[in-house]
Design a protein around this ligand. Sequence first.
Ligand code: R5P
Length: 259
Amino acid sequence: MDWGMKNRLSKIIKPKDGHTVMLAVDHGYFMGPTTGLENLGAMVNPLLRYADTLMLTRGALRNYIAPEVDIPIVLRVSGGTSIVGKELLHEGTVVSIEDAIRLNASGVAYSILVGAEFERDTLLGMTQYIDEAERYGIPVLAVTAVGRDMVKDAKYLSLASRMAAELGATIVKTYFCPGFEKVVDSCPVPIVIAGGKKTPEKEALQMAYDAIQAGAIGVDMGRNIFQSENPVGMMKAVQVIVHKKATAKEAFDIFNEKK
Ligand code: R5P
């Protein structure tokens, strides 16, 4: 791994403990004005001091985040479909590597859909992007997307995560599931978990804790933070689970402080 790749990776994954809290607010690229992100800047800017990395689209970055803000960016570079279209996860490249560099991205995120009709297109799209990103030393986060009717179990998520790693992804983002150790143990690159749909805060924190215990290096969480009644409290709570070895209960107590 070259110096630039290592340097960018160290901005995403904190070298002091090898963990990361990624704040995911890229949802607008296929969901439009998602609840909680109608004014993305107003929601996200107060949360940044508790995040290690911000994952978002180039349009959100340019329009809602000031260039002076000191937060490493993981830029979403795949997309092209919507929640109202017929091919939700048939994504392709939507941002060139040059624009990712121009925006000073520390990493890029590309979704793949294993086991669905457009599997091949998404896998080839990601691998082509990896070839370009590696030319410039930019890490690629593979997002293992899951279709509406697909089962998010350890067997499937192990398959998708291992494939992403073997195809060259630097980090894999997947979903938490029972038996998550199997997913982590069979994937040779670091894994972060997505938060998924909004659930009660206590459950979301338990999931984050269980994922870290199972070997995930962090979370890339969105809706369970920005759709919470207390987004700052959730950021603080997730932060102590990921970086301070807090239990889910300790984290929930922090969430409840000054609610
Ligand atoms: C989905 O493809 C997006 O990349 C989201 O960023 C990701 O799902 C994480 O957000 P959430 O925690 O809301 O699931």
